[in-house]
Write a protein that binds this ligand. Structure first.
Ligand code: IDP
Ligand code: MG
Length: 135
């Protein structure tokens, strides 16, 4: 089924000028970029986006990281986009991520892990609406 998912190039990867290489991987893997925008998240928006993690010990660290610089948000489309994008992104901890994944290549720690991907079709819809209400 053709699906859409939300991708974010996180501040560490934007700052390190890895966005071009990440976008190249997105296209090499046959995703279509339906929308793309470079933005700065406010503290309030970052807290809202990661609301499910608000009780976690790393929540404030996560919010301060996600507001530390620009992010690039994208709506990606292809067959099985949600799972395929998570697979390309790799495990949360770059040290545990498989070779060839974005986090293995560009992540530097479990927090600074270069990219975000929606984890289910339902969450993809919610997350896409959060950034692209008119999609
Ligand atoms: P995911 O991005 O692979 O779905 P989640 O467990 O949903 O991983 O966590 C969301 C984000 O929170 C991660 O991508 C990472 O940036 C950050 N994070 C997760 N675990 C930790 C941690 O133990 N310390 C610091 N940041 C973390
Ligand atoms: Mg997650």
């Amino acid at each position: 089924m053709v699906e859409r998912t939300l991708a974010i190039i996180k501040p560490d990867a934007v700052q390190a000028k890895h966005s071009g290489m990440i976008i190249n991987l997105i296209e090499l893997n046959k995703f279509s970029i339906v929308r793309m925008e470079k933005i700065n998240l406010s503290k309030e928006r970052a807290e809202k986006f990661y609301e499910v993690h608000k009780e976690r010990s790393f929540f404030q660290e996560l919010v301060s990281y996600m507001t530390s610089g620009s992010v690039i948000v994208m709506a990606l489309e292809k067959e099985n986009a949600v799972k395929d994008w998570r697979d390309l992104v790799g495990a949360t901890d770059p040290l545990k991520a498989a070779p060839g994944t974005i986090r293995k290549m560009f992540g530097t720690s479990i927090g600074n892990n270069a990219t975000h991907g929606s984890d289910s079709i339902e969450n993809a819809k919610v997350e896409l609406k959060f950034f692209f209400p008119n999609l």
